[in-house]
Design a protein around this ligand. Structure first.
Ligand code: DAK
Length: 266
């Protein structure tokens, strides 16, 4: 498939996806969301620009000004409630695809991550930001509420008090505050440095068992809001799956034989 609104680069099984509508501050139109869906279909079927399954992904926005300034407000202006429902469905689906991808996804936030942009970043495994990054859920300013998973995920990132304050007020926060409330993992002085460090982190993760990493992701994402008993049950299920894997046999044997492990991801 030929992508018009996403730039996709793969290097050594690490994929960088750049949302490429800088004149609209990378706002999420139906076309952008549709291309995300198509990309994940191609990743699943190992077709198109993707080839072999990626072992990690960086998600960022073109230019210095914005990661994503939100859902495309101009596009929404014309939508009927039915079209709005299908748009929200598509946005939520893209969040789930990022969350369910069997590899880590790092959001690299440069500039504005507002509304749907903040929601997209939160659907990734963790968020890196530049010093100039700005986060917010300003939907109430437009008579809307977050509809791409923002209510659910901001609550999980920062807890109910902070999530409610940000969502009710529509207040934007800078990277430093986002870091202090746990929305962001790390803040960098420039976009280039952020991407470099995200890549280093993914290179490090890539040396681990891909199967173990993907089961950790799946298990962590499935345990929010569950009782301790249920969550421990999920952890045990994940543990039993890796325990029977070739990667576990290789990892443990390599330790005993005092050599680096060579993982196959199964
Ligand atoms: N959508 C479309 N175009 C946008 C945009 C957006 N979200 N944000 C910026 N742009 C466009 C501007 O219109 C402008 O285009 P032209 O007028 O030049 O054609 C261009 O990008 C540059 O923006 P500005 O000229 O405004 O740049 P400034 O530096 O002056 O300001 C800003 C930057 C980020 C502060 C400002 O652009 C801004 O406030 N943007 C809107 C931010 C925002 O409110 N974002 C949240 C959108 S609401 C739903 C599910 C989900 C959602 C909604 C419904 N369903 C349940 C149906 C999600 C909603 C949202 O994300």
């Amino acid at each position: 498939m030929k992508y018009e609104t996403l730039k996709i680069e793969t290097d050594d099984r690490l994929m960088t996806v750049t949302i490429d509508r800088p004149r609209q501050l990378n706002a999420l139109s139906e076309a952008v969301l549709g291309e995300f869906k198509a990309l994940f279909e191609e990743i699943d079927s190992k077709e198109g620009p993707v080839g072999e399954s990626p072992l990690g992904m960086i998600l960022t926005g073109e230019g210095e000004k914005a990661f994503v300034a939100g859902a495309d407000i101009k596009g929404m202006n014309e939508m009927t409630p039915e079209e709005g429902e299908s748009f929200a469905g598509l946005g939520q689906e893209v969040g789930r695809l990022l969350e369910r991808a069997p590899f880590p996804v790092v959001a690299c936030v440069n500039g504005y991550a507002l509304g749907g942009g903040c929601e997209l970043a939160m659907a990734c495994d963790f968020i890196y930001a530049t010093e100039g990054a700005v986060f917010g859920q300003p939907e109430v300013n437009l008579g809307l509420i977050p509809g791409f998973g923002g209510l659910v995920r901001l609550l999980r990132y920062v807890g109910p008090g902070r999530a409610k304050e940000l969502i009710y007020s529509g207040r934007n926060i800078k990277a430093e505050e986002a870091l202090s409330i746990g929305l962001v993992n790390k803040v960098f002085p420039s976009k280039a440095r952020m991407i470099e460090e995200a890549r280093k982190m993914l290179e490090l993760i890539k040396t681990k068992s891909p199967l173990a990493v993907s089961i950790c992701k799946e298990t962590i994402n499935s345990m929010y809001g569950q009782s301790v008993e249920k969550a421990l049950e999920r952890e045990k299920e994940g543990f039993l799956r890796v325990f029977a894997s070739d990667d576990k046999r290789e990892g443990v044997r390599a330790f005993v034989e005092k050599r680096p492990a060579v993982f196959k991801g199964r």
